[in-house]
Design a protein around this ligand. Structure first.
Ligand SMILES: [Zn+2]
Length: 54
């Protein structure tokens, strides 16, 4: 189970994978994997704002 946050409205939900449509926006929003912000996450953060690239 992972935690996801809508990139548009900040709607938070827990699911194995993000939904196609945001229940809050009713649109095809981008969902950010919020579960990887924890230290024990094996993956890497995929938020470009944190990495500061560009
Ligand atoms: Zn949304």
């Amino acid at each position: 189970m992972a935690s996801w946050i809508c990139d548009k409205c900040g709607y938070n939900l827990e699911a194995d994978k993000p939904p196609e449509k945001c229940p809050s926006c009713n649109q095809e929003c981008s969902f950010v994997d919020n579960s990887c912000y924890t230290p024990d996450c094996a993956g890497k953060p995929n938020d470009p704002q944190i990495k500061g690239e560009g």
